[in-house]
Design a protein around this ligand. Structure first.
Ligand SMILES: NC(=O)c1ccc[n+]([C@@H]2O[C@H](COP(=O)([O-])OP(=O)(O)OC[C@H]3O[C@@H](n4cnc5c(N)ncnc54)[C@H](OP(=O)(O)O)[C@@H]3O)[C@@H](O)[C@H]2O)c1
Length: 441
């Protein structure tokens, strides 16, 4: 008879409460699958008196999560408090130092301190599992760390933030502005009161840094990620993308190049027939280009109590079975320093939307500036502005600028920026050009 695996669980919020519920609901099945019973013996949260949707009557209450982390009765510490600082950090360090395995859903902690925590776990010969930290219920960590261990990976990219995908989906389908969709996302609880962490791309960057480490062996470092958010995307861009056979998604992309591992987060045009383009609303998805298995895409819920609990329980199940893998899929001493990708040298196709001044010679000037930078145009769409509010047929009326959309063949970011700076200084466009990178299948 194998003794039950005893858990100490800190954090009884959305995820913590769902984990308690899932472990109780799957108790017998988990015992059969993992070969031993799994029991939550002690819990910790901020408030002892708060009403909770779960029964914790038979679990010991430990007020201090750090004390719970080293409690002699527990085998494994489950950290579901969140945040890159204390008490989550101190509690996880204390658990690992005292030789206890840790399961966490905390992307912020891992993005900031992942390598140091992995070193500590390896020194102590214990597990540090974090399936739930990236893309909630999607088992992408296990897929990269174990399922694809025999593959060389060429690229990993994905929709890692449900809030942004929800906003872009609504903008595209209902032709609404970014501000309107953000307000709705906040009303429905998909976006925080301060949405900047999500919509400016930082949440995606933290998750991407963790994925890049698993996929390419870089030291987790969100500061190495180039970041652009979605607030500049206009309905006109989504409309133009649609006409050209693309959708716009906020992607996190990690790809090895001859300049190191490029890690970037930005609005991206993806071909409409790609797997990632089909992913709508708050759903997350990740595509991995691997040499032996080819491209695979995992799609599923990136957040939510039960979906995230599913990932946490999977990590607990591994520990119950005695399965332990290096946290980032290789010894932390073998992780390589990641350099911030110099985006000027990024290569790919570009979508450019300009408001061209309606006078003879404008197009020739734009074409010359692009040619000077060896940029070839794959397609060009000129949208006539239609009704002119300043005078209709009167030839003396003010000419409205003409929206022009260009799709380039593969070029460099540096070339695009230089060409557009020249076009701006030639004063043949009105306002700032919109530039969106294209990611091919
Ligand atoms: N929610 C999701 O869909 C989701 C998805 C993926 C990953 N995650 C990650 O999962 C973790 C938990 O998220 P969540 O949504 O469950 O958060 P949450 O609902 O805000 O719950 C946080 C829990 O931590 C407790 N807590 C906060 N500060 C504490 C402190 N100083 N000492 C002790 N306990 C403290 C809270 O106690 P009280 O209940 O007493 O206030 C609460 O039970 C985070 O790392 C998050 O990034 C969440």
């Amino acid at each position: 008879m194998v003794a039950p695996l005893k858990l100490g669980l800190a954090g009884l919020g959305t995820v913590g409460a769902a984990v308690v519920r899932l472990l109780a609901g799957q108790r017998e099945a988990l015992e059969v699958r993992c070969g031993r019973a799994i029991e939550v013996v002690a819990v910790s949260a901020r408030s002892r008196v708060k009403q909770r949707p779960i029964d914790i009557g038979n679990m010991r209450w430990v007020a201090d999560p750090v004390a719970l982390a080293t409690d002699p009765e527990i085998d494994v510490f489950i950290e579901l408090i969140g945040g890159e600082g204390d008490p989550a950090k101190r509690a996880v360090e204390a658990a690992l130092t005292s030789g206890k395995s840790v399961v966490t859903a905390n992307k912020a902690l891992l993005a900031r301190h992942g390598v140091a925590l992995a070193q500590l776990a390896e020194q102590q010969h214990v597990a540090l599992n974090f399936e739930a930290a990236v893309a909630g219920g999607i088992p992408i960590v296990k897929t990269l760390r174990e399922g694809l261990v025999g593959n060389e990976l060429a690229r990993i990219y994905g929709i890692l933030n449900g809030t942004c995908n929800y906003i872009l989906t609504r903008m595209e389908q209902e032709k609404l502005s970014f501000a309107e969709c953000l307000k709705d996302a906040q009303r429905l609880g998909y976006a925080e009161a301060d949405p900047s962490f999500d919509v400016d791309g930082h949440d995606t960057a933290q998750k991407l840094a963790i994925l890049a480490s698993l996929a390419f062996g870089t030291r987790v470092d969100p500061n190495s990620v180039y970041i652009e958010g979605i607030s500049s995307i206009a309905p006109a861009d989504l409309d133009a993308a649609d006409g050209l056979g693309y959708r716009i998604k906020l992607l996190g992309v990690a790809v090895p190049t001859d300049r190191g591992i490029e890690q970037r987060v930005h609005p991206t045009m993806v071909p409409k027939d790609s797997a990632i383009a089909q992913v709508m609303g708050v759903t997350n998805a990740i595509t991995v280009d691997a040499d032996a298995v080819d491209a695979i895409t995992l799609v599923g819920p990136g957040a939510g109590g039960m979906a995230t609990a599913s990932a946490v329980v999977s990590d607990i199940g591994d520990i119950a079975r005695g399965v332990r893998t290096a946290p980032f899929g290789r010894p932390s001493a073998r992780l390589v320093r990641s350099e911030k990708a110099p985006m000027q040298r990024h290569e790919g196709g570009y979508y450019i939307r300009l408001l061209a001044v309606d006078r003879p010679g404008t197009f020739a000037t734009i074409a010359t500036r692009l040619a000077e930078q060896q940029i070839s145009i794959e397609s060009i769409v000129q949208r006539h502005p239609g009704v002119r509010p300043h005078g209709g047929d009167n030839p003396a009326s003010v000419a409205e600028p003409v929206p022009v959309i260009l799709i380039t063949y593969a070029t460099t970011e540096d070339a695009v920026r230089k060409a557009l700076a020249a076009v701006e200084s030639d004063q043949v466009i009105s306002g700032k050009p919109q530039v969106i990178r294209i990611e091919k299948n």
